[in-house]
Write a protein that binds this ligand. Structure first.
Ligand SMILES: Nc1nc2c(c(=O)[nH]1)N[C@H]1C(S)=C(S)[C@@H](COP(=O)(O)OP(=O)(O)OC[C@H]3O[C@@H](n4cnc5c(=O)[nH]c(N)nc54)[C@H](O)[C@@H]3O)O[C@H]1N2
Ligand SMILES: Nc1nc2c(c(=O)[nH]1)N[C@H]1C(S)=C(S)[C@@H](COP(=O)(O)OP(=O)(O)OC[C@H]3O[C@@H](n4cnc5c(=O)[nH]c(N)nc54)[C@H](O)[C@@H]3O)O[C@H]1N2
Ligand SMILES: [Mo]
Length: 767
């Protein structure tokens, strides 16, 4: 009987509103934010100020009085804590003890203040002078085969240090430049590029003033990019209809109270965001979009039978696309039963979405990790583009495809050369400007780096930010291998678990955060970054750094490069670059003149400068020279199908975390609190498994042997509390990174190697 079922958890208030103000105050207290930290926030994301280190949403030309959100504020207050993690603090514990503490407690130790070197004899990190650290790391790097070393970047470092880091790697001798993007939107960089020729989104802010319908797929703005909600609210108030595809009823996509609007804050009547909410199953987006397309094509057929022009934009299709006939044949050949089964939606829902599309002037597709982190994620992106192409919804005002990027400069790092793919590196310009010959073979993605780690061939690692060992799949195997490396170096702001898995020689190099002043020989420095809309902005702060011993990421990259390369490359002028970053920007402009000309002059204009996008202009840089319809080879993006007793696991971010940085143990917007060791289940599924709320279970990966036939050890996470939640049948959900041990390293997007952190096949056992 339905009323026997446990009540699913939910949050009873809208996103934003007073809840977000309380969320910020709580973090201010728990992070022990420094005096004036709140005041510092007024400069966040403003021309002349510093850019938020949280998400990559655009910084508008005409910012609000407070152009930040609950989570941007949390990120900054977390950075500006008064706690300090000095060599003395760290020295009180062995590294083995620190490793057991977990990231929440490690980050709570506070900001790193001085460089440290690992002493294997005492199993402790100890203070070291910068000069010594650089010289010793340089000497170690020279001993190692460059091809056996990987330089990771985690998407936060600005364009200046990123550009230099990529040059450093190539001058040293490898293209092993994976980035957090390899676990995130690499599916976009490869999959979107394949079909429209652009690896980034085509939309701009003013498109939101003209869009009629948005397909909003697999992205959770309330938690991960709350400033988008202002834009969505405005669009909805203008009459735009948002159709959400998501297995979870995410609060931010249901209703929103603008915390910056005094009237709405007082009256408290929220804006409803979604027009339709399609609770698709994990990976069901390919089928769902197939259903929507099927409806549109049927409507087109009907309209043409009645002598009308039809629903499809045939001129656009003829002039600008390839593969239309094969795609249409596929749509006709796919029946509704299969579509309903694979999507978890009803035919009526998909037809209603198709009707909205067919009747809309301008349509936009917006997406996030719910599409990219699947074994067939590239095909989901291909399907979204198929839908948009049917009515020419790319390359005109109010329409387009908009991936929402994660880290604040992750898109920019790729733009200025941090890429493992040689064809994307500006090798001719490196030769012309710096007499630099670069290695010819492609370097490691995150997945191939980990494979090399596991087979013992990768011996050295430099991390420009990040907590890579925690962010990746298959923790148990990876963590064992990690400590076998000869060299590990971490450029970081706070201590984390990856730092506590030192290689044989290991250093931590502490750096400034975005909200601190960066003073070099040439004075106070600007840096710059690129947002999801391909706009580039300057960023500078006047706040005193957490410790006088900190260096900027740019200075650290220059220091490492100088010590490693010595005088071998006279045109790589590390000292000059470090003294005055405008010289680095001149090099960026010379390397990418079409996009970055006059960078120094243009980056501080309100709204930054736009580096352009060919697909937006309907120039398709694809193999065929056209935008490509693709016909999917599967209807569900999960790599492994259904079976008796098998669930599909979605790993999620809470409202109280930034990736592996855990601010607290609540997830307000989902109505959850107190613990992150939970598994969300549909009440009916709980009953079928004879489970009650609060029962402790283990999740066990149910993926069979590795594709190469190798039998594998069991992947299991125990001690998870069952929580009833509104989910599609056969779906379970829980938190990243706690559940990362369940993801097999080989379970990744076929085209781009992005780990499939959504739709992981698991079984449930009592623990
Ligand atoms: N506060 C905060 N902000 C962040 C981050 C953070 O951790 N905390 N991380 C930053 C980073 S690096 C990134 S990449 C972004 C990530 O931001 P998002 O792209 O929003 O990523 P996720 O939180 O992983 O969740 C994606 C959404 O996809 C849904 N989903 C899961 N599986 C499927 C599926 O098969 N189909 C569909 N349609 N939906 C699905 C989930 O329910 C969830 O709502 O956020 C950035 N901003
Ligand atoms: N299961 C599962 N796994 C996932 C995901 C998922 O959804 N599910 N998401 C994936 C995604 S989208 C991403 S982007 C990755 C994230 O992977 P990473 O980018 O590697 O991880 P973060 O947690 O963002 O890194 C946090 C650390 O960065 C350092 N740091 C913070 N700020 C700065 C700074 O300004 N400079 C420097 N140098 N260091 C800094 C601090 O030491 C902090 O501990 O995880 C991926 N892993
Ligand atoms: Mo990300």
């Amino acid at each position: 009987m339905a009323d026997d079922l446990p009540q699913p958890k939910q949050y009873d208030y809208a996103t934003g509103g007073w809840g977000s103000v309380r969320g910020m105050s709580k973090i201010e207290l728990s992070a022990k934010a420094a005096p004036g930290a709140l005041l510092t926030l007024k400069d966040q994301n403003k021309p002349g100020g510093y850019m938020c280190s949280s998400c990559a949403w655009t910084k508008p030309e005409d910012p609000h009085a407070f152009e930040f959100c609950e989570n941007g504020a949390k990120a900054t207050l977390w950075d500006l804590t008064t706690d300090r993690c000095t060599p003395e603090t760290i020295g009180r514990h062995t590294v083995t003890q620190l490793r057991e503490m977990g990231d929440y407690r490690l980050e709570k130790l506070g900001r790193l203040t001085e460089p440290m070197r690992y002493n294997p004899a005492t199993d402790r990190y100890e203070r070291v002078a910068w000069r010594t650290a650089f010289d010793e790391i340089g000497a170690k790097l020279r001993e190692l085969d460059p091809k056996a070393v990987t330089f990771y970047a985690s998407g936060k470092a600005a364009l200046e240090p990123s550009y230099l880091y990529a040059i450093f790697a190539r001058a040293y001798g490898h293209n092993n430049l994976p980035d957090s993007s390899n676990m995130c939107h690499e599916t976009t960089s490869v999959g979107l590029k394949k079909v429209i020729g652009s690896p980034v989104g085509t939309c701009q802010m003013d498109d939101f003033d003209h869009v009629d319908v948005i397909f909003y797929m697999g992205q959770n703005p309330g938690t991960n990019s709350p400033r988008i909600l202002h834009t969505l609210q405005k669009a909805v108030q203008r009459g735009c209809k948002i159709i959400v595809f998501n297995p979870l009823k995410e609060k931010g996509l249901r209703e929103f109270v603008n915390p910056q609007n005094p009237v709405q804050m007082t009256i408290g009547k929220p804006t409803k965001i979604d027009h339709m909410y399609c609770q698709v199953r994990p990976g069901g987006d390919i089928a769902a979009l197939m259903g929507v397309c099927k409806r549109i094509i049927d409507l087109d057929g009907e309209a043409r039978e009645h002598g009308g022009p039809g629903v499809l934009d045939r001129d656009f299709i003829a002039e600008h696309t390839a593969g239309f006939d094969a795609f249409i044949a596929k749509v006709h050949a796919t029946d509704w039963d299969e579509i309903e089964r694979a999507s978890g939606l009803t035919r009526a829902e998909m037809e209603a979405a198709g009707d909205l599309y067919a009747n809309a002037g301008n349509v936009m597709g917006i997406y996030g990790m719910g599409l990219t982190q699947h074994v067939h994620g590239s095909q989901s992106i291909g399907m979204l583009v198929n839908l948009l192409l049917l009515r020419g919804n790319i390359g005109r005002k109010g329409a387009g495809c908009s991936p929402i990027r994660g880290h604040s400069n992750v898109q920019g790092q790729r733009t200025v050369g941090i890429t493992e793919k040689t064809k994307l590196a500006p090798v001719d310009k490196y030769r012309e400007l710096f007499d630099l010959e670069t290695p010819e073979e492609d370097g490691h993605t995150t997945v191939t780096f980990l494979e090399a780690l596991l087979d013992g061939s990768n011996k050295g690692y430099i991390g420009l930010g990040g907590n890579l060992a925690k962010a990746v799949p298959d923790h148990e195997r990876v963590h064992e291998a990690w400590r076998e490396m000869e060299l590990t170096v971490h450029v970081a702001t706070k201590l984390n678990t990856t730092h506590c898995m030192p290689g044989k020689s290991s250093w931590i190099l502490p750096c400034l955060v975005r909200a601190e002043e960066d003073i070099q020989a040439g004075g106070s420095q600007w840096v710059s970054m690129e947002d999801s809309f391909s706009h580039i902005y300057g960023s500078r702060s006047s706040r005193t750094p957490a410790s006088p011993h900190l260096k900027s990421e740019t200075a650290i990259v220059c220091g490492l490069a100088r010590a490693t390369l010595q005088d071998n490359h006279p045109k790589l002028t590390w000292d000059d670059w470090q003294d005055d970053y405008s010289r680095i920007r001149d090099c960026i402009a010379a390397t990418y003149p079409d996009e970055f000309h006059d960078m120094n002059a243009r980056m501080n204009k309100p709204g930054g400068f736009y580096r352009g996008n060919a697909a937006r202009e309907r120039q398709w840089k694809t193999d065929s020279g056209k935008a490509e319809f693709t016909d999917p080879t599967t209807l569900n993006a999960c790599g492994i199908g259904d079976a008796e007793g098998r669930f599909h696991l979605v790993t999620l971010r809470s409202n109280d975390q930034f990736n592996t940085t855990i601010y607290g143990h609540d997830d307000r917007l989902r109505g959850l609190s107190g613990s992150r060791m939970i598994v969300l289940m549909k009440p009916e599924d709980m009953r079928a498994q004879a489970l009650a709320e609060g029962d402790l279970v283990a999740l066990v990966t149910d993926a069979g042997d590795a594709p190469d036939g190798r039998a594998e050890a069991q992947r299991r996470v125990a001690g998870l509390k069952v929580v009833p939640y509104d989910l599609p049948t056969g779906t379970v959900a829980g938190y990243f990174p706690e559940l990362n041990p369940l993801v097999p390293l080989w379970y990744h997007d076929k085209l781009s190697h992005t780990p499939a952190s959504k739709g992981i096949p698991v079984r449930i056992e009592r623990s």
